[in-house]
Design a protein around this ligand. Structure first.
Ligand SMILES: Cc1cc2nc3c(=O)[nH]c(=O)nc-3n(C[C@H](O)[C@H](O)[C@H](O)COP(=O)(O)O)c2cc1C
Length: 286
């Protein structure tokens, strides 16, 4: 369980990209909601990442599989930062948050000054927190791989925001330096997908023409879970454990030190599983 300074607590999170910009899920996920096999109210949801200006990224709504491959035990994606921009979110999604029972965390990406501006714009909304995506494997700019900039991003957001902050890191970051600088700024750490070249250095990515993409899911566990373990040894900042695929994974990732778990690409391959697992676990505890 993670408890934020604003009193919000959570054990189960949905990762950015899993349930759209409002935590209610993408259009293709709605049939699972209608039949009761996907219940977004069980999770604290992180929105798909937003940027200050609309960003095209690699996603084309008419052909999602251009930048997405479902593989055995995971997903390779090169979606990038496709999103309609923060203004759109503030007009279309933010005002109706009170009517949903889904605690929402907004994921943001950009230069420190852009992040500061976005954090300010989000202050008026009823959010559980913010997440800085400092680790998109498909972003055109790699400036946020730079430790000093990651810390500057956290500082910029904290200066302009009243909300608790999650920092989303990559296996490629200099993690020991980052956690030192982030200690008093962030209230939790999450972990992004693994760049293809790191996961499979000797194999050609099915998304080679889009830069290789990021690897998520069970096949990413050796990397993402390795990072969970390393982080929990390095810092007292609570770590959110990703790459849950089977029910047993909940306990496995907690045993490495994760204080909450997140469901990401599992929604793409098995959209009913996160709801099933949470219900099962809550029932077992009664
Ligand atoms: C299709 C897709 C889109 C994603 N979009 C984002 C995003 O916009 N921002 C972000 O921070 N992470 C994004 N991610 C990464 C996930 O949030 C998550 O960190 C990653 O998949 C690792 O977790 P998992 O192994 O549990 O899936 C995306 C992942 C996928 C598969």
């Amino acid at each position: 369980m993670i408890r934020f300074s604003n009193g919000h607590t959570f054990e189960y999170m949905t990762a950015s990209g899993a349930l759209s910009f409002d935590g209610k899920g993408w259009l293709w996920e709605q049939p699972w909601r209608w039949i009761g096999l996907l219940d977004p109210t069980l999770f604290t949801s992180v929105t798909k990442t937003l940027t200050l200006r609309p960003t095209e990224g690699n996603l084309r709504w008419y052909n999602p599989f251009r930048c997405l491959r479902l593989v055995r035990g995971g997903v390779v994606n090169a979606v990038g930062l496709s999103n309609p921009g923060i203004d759109w979110w503030c007009k279309k999604i933010g005002p109706s948050l009170n009517s949903t029972k889904i605690p929402l965390i907004v994921s943001i990406f950009g230069e420190p000054e852009e992040l500061a501006e976005m954090a300010g714009m989000l202050n008026g909304f009823d959010l559980a927190g913010l997440e800085i995506n400092a680790s998109c494997p498909n972003a055109e700019t790699y400036v946020l791989q730079d430790t000093a900039r990651v810390i500057a991003s956290c500082e910029a957001v904290k200066t302009n925001s009243r909300l608790p902050l999650i920092l989303k890191v990559s296996v490629t970051h200099d993690i020991s330096q980052i956690v030192k600088g982030a200690e008093n700024l962030v209230e939790a750490i999450s972990i992004n997908s693994i760049p293809w070249a790191v996961a499979f250095p000797n194999r050609r990515s099915p998304l080679e023409i889009l830069g290789g993409g990021g690897v998520s899911g069970k096949i990413a566990q050796p990397f993402t879970w390795g990072l969970v373990k390393k982080l929990t040894e390095l810092t007292t900042i609570p770590v959110i454990g990703p790459s849950v695929w089977d029910f047993d994974d909940l306990e496995k990732v907690r045993s490495l030190g994760a204080k909450a778990v997140s469901f990401g690409s599992i929604f793409m391959c098995h959209p009913w599983r996160p709801t099933l697992y949470v219900r099962k676990e809550l029932k077992q505890r009664v």
